[in-house]
Write a protein that binds this ligand. Structure first.
Ligand SMILES: NC(=O)c1ccc[n+]([C@@H]2O[C@H](COP(=O)([O-])OP(=O)(O)OC[C@H]3O[C@@H](n4cnc5c(N)ncnc54)[C@H](OP(=O)(O)O)[C@@H]3O)[C@@H](O)[C@H]2O)c1
Length: 321
């Protein structure tokens, strides 16, 4: 019998890519939870989708066989009802709404959900939570690791999908390289991170497992930037920064998106040898999965994202014009 997958945070970057891939893959029955308007929108970039745009998406998904269940996501009774019949619950809520998953865990347990995939898609937070330097990012890492414990405590199965760095967030020039640029990192764009979730979920080795993927590429910063330079036809400005330099930059930066990114750099460069925060699980378990080629991503997605981010950071006073 086909399992039913329900996606929470479905209209976001990772969530919408996940729903599209579920439809395309046609292995699971698909549902989404549509939050009733009224709750504060907390998105990773700060950009908010109007309700009409979300409704349009729901209508399109409905027309393609997706079940859309409207719910007050802060009300446990409504959540339990909305999750009735769900086998696997995939949460793609934004970074800043991490805490919205607590009522979801309780409701999933009560509704008899088999497995919970929490919204992770970054580093292996299980390890990062113990890193020594307190940053705004480590607080999220610790909360995400705590949420995984809550899922276990509730008696639910889990699948954890660390996806490494979303390259679109780290390409603003001068690019701040995490380390000397030679070490291999896991790279997953938000869209590829969303796409790979369904493939991980369909694999039997993902039950009660941490599956750290590199959905787009597994390569060094230097290799990635070399591809970007070839595509741009010019040098990409960059600074190679060690842990002490990341910490110094973090300390100097006022609160905001930039500080968060700097906190992620602190975590990456504080990473002790032998305890990596990322890996390439899909190379062994999902060899048929193809990430979007970087040659396509840079011009079509990453460069426009970088330009929009630069404008937003200047407008917010986080970086000079
Ligand atoms: N590794 C990296 O470099 C990196 C970069 C970015 C993000 N991430 C991670 O990827 C995950 C998904 O991020 P994303 O950028 O795809 O998210 P996003 O697009 O910013 O937002 C996802 C969705 O969260 C839901 N949401 C917003 N406010 C909410 C609230 N108050 N309560 C409950 N739900 C709310 C909305 O969906 P609905 O209205 O449909 O419910 C929204 O569309 C996060 O865990 C984030 O930490 C990692």
């Amino acid at each position: 019998m086909r399992k039913t997958v329900t996606v929470f945070g479905a209209t976001g970057t990772a969530g919408s890519a996940c729903v599209e891939e579920l439809i395309r893959q046609d292995v699971f029955d698909v549902q989404v939870l549509a939050r009733k308007p009224g709750q504060a929108e907390k998105t990773s970039t700060g950009a908010v989708q109007p309700d009409e745009a979300k409704q349009k998406r729901y209508d399109d998904w409905k027309a393609r066989g997706v079940g859309v269940r409207s719910v007050d996501a802060t009300d446990h009774a409504e959540l339990i009802e909305a999750l009735d019949g769900t086998d696997y619950l995939v949460s793609c809520v934004s970074y800043y709404a991490t805490e919205s998953q607590y009522p979801l865990i309780w409701a999933a347990k009560e509704a008899g959900v088999e497995r919970f995939v929490p919204s992770e898609f970054g580093f292996i937070y299980e390890m990062e939570q113990y890193w020594p330097t307190p940053t705004v990012h480590r607080t999220y890492a610790r909360q995400k690791a705590f949420i995984r414990r809550m899922i276990e405590l509730a008696g639910l199965d889990f699948t954890i999908v660390p996806a490494g760095l979303w390259p679109e967030y780290y390409m603003l020039e001068p690019v701040c390289v995490m380390g000397d640029g030679t070490q291999k990192f896991s790279w997953s764009t938000g869209s590829d991170a969303g796409r790979i979730i369904t493939h991980v979920l369909a694999h039997p080795a993902s039950r009660n497992a941490v599956c750290p993927v590199a959905a787009t590429a597994y390569c060094s910063w230097n290799e990635l930037l070399e591809i970007r330079e070839t595509l741009l036809g010019r040098k990409v400005e960059r600074n190679y920064m060690n842990a002490a330099q990341w910490k110094e930059a973090y300390a100097q930066q006022p609160p905001g998106l930039m500080k968060l990114v700097l906190g992620i750099g602190v975590a990456a460069t504080e990473c002790p040898e032998g305890l990596p925060l990322w890996a390439h699980w899909n190379r062994s378990f999902l060899p048929e999965f193809k990430g979007t080629p970087l040659e396509e991503l840079f011009p079509a997605y990453i460069e426009p994202f970088v330009n929009a981010t630069r404008e937003a950071l200047i407008a917010a006073g986080e970086i000079p014009a």
